[in-house]
Design a protein around this ligand. Structure first.
Ligand code: NAD
Ligand code: G6P
Ligand code: MN
Length: 443
């Protein structure tokens, strides 16, 4: 098997060590000759990359390692760009969450006004990465999970339609792990699913085992009672905090709206926004939890590894469910034709919605990238919700391209999470004020 060269863009991310450990755990399935780290913040990346270099070389001294803030060095001679940047860092996520809450509106990383503000920051950063890849490694593929993935995907569709970029999300994977547990299976990989929607905005319609037996009745029984909460064993790693437990539990109420399908957890922000606001502390949001939790822990573990000069007895854990990234890279490299849920241009996969929407549907993945499967016609309830949300995402991208204040106001007004045009305007003015450094100028 030919060995791959990878650059992790957003090398200073809290997810980088977990992904590196996961890559190292999968070398037999996906051999690697080089791992590079690229970030635009040298100091932040250095802390992560120094530790990762020790970890990598203790596992395989032959893998070459390089951390750089120079795009040419980073993007030359790579097969895959694994991208997870956060433009504006956690400091800006905190603002995305807290500003809406001042108006009694949900403040969330990827949904509603917070997600729109984040989208306006991310588009430029991700387009820049695409351009570096195309300039220095034109045959490479970018596997992007930088958020908000829905808006980023629409932006690359509009601005770089021929780019080899695939957008992917780990939320369905985390949920499918829980469904598999509820159905008494060992792994989500024993399931074959049908799903449609947008990123952080979709529904499962069919879940079967490999023999074709319908698992929905069993999963339904579980979700009706417990949402996606399962046993203690699951409640660890990535989606392990108390706030995630609330989310998995809330899925029960989201499910109740349409018991024929299984919902993505993120729908709770659109369908029960007041409940969300009611139990959120506007002074201490998810960004604060992550800064005090994951970010602090990962950086202190990495600094410890570097100080010790060894990763023996380290406290870092493999990000198991990030193995979907290896599955995706492998599917392209080895032409495995694995079935994976990806964010792709609709083109009729969901028959009765906009063919240019970026939808999340199962795809068959091989050397040519993803081939979407047809999910057919969807019910009126989901169609209505999706069309509204697609319009929000498209308007954000148009606002970014044209520098249009008007379109961004329309986008905010159209979001289900925002109560009316007046609040939308106040939110827009407040968010614009703190995002001047990151957003295009609006006219
Ligand atoms: P983080 O802030 O810890 O890391 C992001 C890194 O990106 C930082 O080191 C930052 O300096 C760097 N960066 C920012 N702008 C950049 C640019 N223009 N060029 C190069 N580097 C840049 O964030 P995190 O919590 O680790 O998350 C990283 C990203 O992954 C976020 O966008 C997050 O939403 C996303 N994420 C997505 C999924 C998914 O399901 N798609 C899952 C988990 C995380
Ligand atoms: C899920 C989503 C990601 C999102 C993350 C936030 O994994 O799929 O898109 O970034 O949750 O998690 P956090 O722990 O940072 O709140
Ligand atoms: Mn996601």
């Amino acid at each position: 098997m030919e060995k791959s060269s990878i650059v992790i863009a957003g090398g200073g991310s809290t997810f980088t060590p977990g992904i590196v450990l996961m890559l190292l755990d999968n070398l037999d399935r996906f051999p690697i000759r080089q791992i590079k780290f690229y970030d635009n913040l040298e100091e932040r990346q250095k802390q992560i990359a120094d530790a990762c270099e020790i970890i990598i070389h203790e596992k395989d001294p032959d893998i070459s390692v390089l951390a750089t803030t120079d795009p040419e060095e980073a993007f030359t001679d790579v097969d895959f760009v694994m991208a997870h940047i956060r433009v504006g860092l956690y400091a800006m996520r905190e603002k995305d969450e807290k500003i809406p809450l001042k108006y009694g509106v949900v403040g969330q990383e990827t949904c509603g006004p917070g997600g729109i503000a984040y989208g306006m920051r991310s588009i430029g950063g991700v387009i820049e990465l695409v351009d570096y890849m195309e300039r220095y490694s034109p045959d490479a593929w970018m596997l992007n999970y930088s958020n908000p993935a829905a808006i980023v995907a629409e932006a690359t569709r509009r601005l770089r339609p021929d780019a080899k970029i695939i957008n992917i999300c780990d939320m369905p994977i985390g949920i499918e792990d829980r469904m598999a547990k509820a159905a008494g299976l060992k792994s989500r990989k024993e399931m074959v699913i049908r799903y449609y929607g947008l990123n952080h905005f979709g529904w499962w319609t069919d879940i079967r085992d490999k023999e074709g037996n319908d698992l929905m009745p069993k999963i339904r029984e579980h979700v009706k009672e417990h949402g996606y909460l399962t046993d203690a064993e699951m409640e660890s790693s990535q989606h392990g905090d108390e706030s995630w437990m609330q989310t998995f539990s809330k899925a029960k109420e989201v499910y109740a709206l349409d018991p024929d399908t299984m919902p993505n957890t993120y729908l709770k922000y659109y369908l029960y926004p007041q409940d969300e606001v009611a139990h959120t502390n506007p002074e201490y949001t998810r960004a604060n939890q992550v800064m005090a939790g994951r970010e602090k822990e990962i950086f202190s573990e990495c600094n410890q590894i570097t100080a010790n000069g060894t990763a023996k007895n380290m406290g870092l854990e493999i990000d198991e469910h990030a193995s979907y990234i290896v599955d995706l890279a492998r599917a392209i490299k080895l032409n495995t034709h694995e079935r994976m849920l990806l964010i792709v241009e609709n083109n009729g996969a969901v028959k009765n919605i906009d063919p240019t929407a970026m939808v999340e549907v199962p795809c068959i993945v091989g050397v040519n990238g993803p081939e979407p499967l047809v999910m057919g016609e969807i019910p009126q309830f989901q169609k209505g919700l999706i069309e509204q949300q697609v319009s929000v995402e498209k308007l954000v991208v148009e606002a970014w391209i044209e520098g249009s204040y008007q379109k961004l106001w329309q986008a905010l007004t159209l979001s289900r999470i925002v109560p009316n045009a007046k609040v939308a305007k106040q939110l827009l003015d407040d968010l614009y004020e703190v995002n001047k450094e990151f957003w295009p100028t609006l006219n």
